[in-house]
Design a protein around this ligand. Structure first.
Ligand SMILES: Cc1ncc(COP(=O)(O)O)c(C=O)c1O
Length: 257
């Protein structure tokens, strides 16, 4: 785990340690998600006889994106059933945040064959300039990294560019290959939400519904709030990919109560 994220998400690290995990700090580069994936790959390449590589997102070489998509699709299939049972109809739109792309591909999987609009929300961070965001589907070009070909934010040498998001789980310079495909065939619309809109949505959901979302998921909430204002009627299913417990210390310290 990147040293920066170890600090930002201290409760997650404490949980992993209590459960017996050895969390190794990665200090290279920006010391966030991309460097952690680099380090995990390097360790696996060295120790492949004794180690198993696991990844939590739909990135990396085949078959990891497919495996993670299939596991996460349980959420999409069950959400579809539950939405039908609760409301008697399908949602008009489904919204999910996109980092590497696993929670979004999971929820989208349940609705790909339905007349339902699908929206993937990437982090615009501090703005459009390269280095200030991690919106690879919005601003990236075709590229290869971590053993897969998809969209990629590149620096002037064609290497993965530095990326930024307030959400530790979204600052990755690419997204899974299936997202690039869904974007290109026009099945999913990808858009962006910045840090400020995200923090507003974090507090709005907490104070209006009593649900504290992960900062990653708050990107989807912010987008759904905007979409609802445009749609005026209908229903939106938001994938709350995580709880905000892990982010509370960071949010309180940075933004106050
Ligand atoms: C709560 C939460 N949501 C979303 C993400 C983004 O990842 P993905 O796009 O693979 O769902 C992360 C990544 O760590 C996360 O922790």
């Amino acid at each position: 785990m990147g040293a920066v994220d170890i600090e930002k998400q201290a409760p997650n690290v404490a949980r992993m340690r209590i459960l017996g995990a050895n969390v190794i700090k990665v200090t290279e580069g920006d010391a966030t998600l991309k460097e952690a994936v680099d380090a995990a790959f390097e360790a696996y390449a060295r120790e492949y006889k004794d180690a198993i590589y696991c990844i939590g997102s739909v990135v990396g070489p085949h078959p990891f994106p497919m495996m993670v998509r299939d596991f996460q699709s349980v959420v999409g299939v069950e959400a579809r059933e539950q939405f039908l049972a609760m409301t008697g109809e399908l949602p008009d739109a489904v919204v999910a945040c996109v980092g590497g792309g696993s929670n979004s591909i999971g929820i989208f999987s349940g609705f790909l064959n339905d007349p339902v609009e699908l929206y993937g929300v990437e982090p615009l961070g501090k703005g459009e300039e390269l280095g200030n965001h991690a919106a690879s589907l919005q601003y990236g070009e075709e590229g290869i990294m971590h053993g897969f070909r998809s969209v990629m934010l590149k620096d002037e040498l064609g290497e993965p560019a530095p990326v930024y998001s307030i959400a530790s789980g979204l600052d990755y310079p690419s997204s899974g290959p299936e997202h690039a495909f869904l974007r290109d065939i026009g099945r999913v619309k990808y858009d962006v939400i910045n840090d400020e809109e995200t923090v507003d949505a974090f507090y709005t959901l907490a104070r209006s519904e009593g649900i504290i979302p992960a900062i990653e998921s708050a990107h989807a909430v912010a987008y759904a709030i905007k979409l609802a204002q445009k749609m005026k009627k209908g229903s939106i299913l938001i994938n709350l990919s995580g709880r905000g417990d892990k982010d509370m210390d960071f949010i309180i310290e940075k933004y106050g109560i």
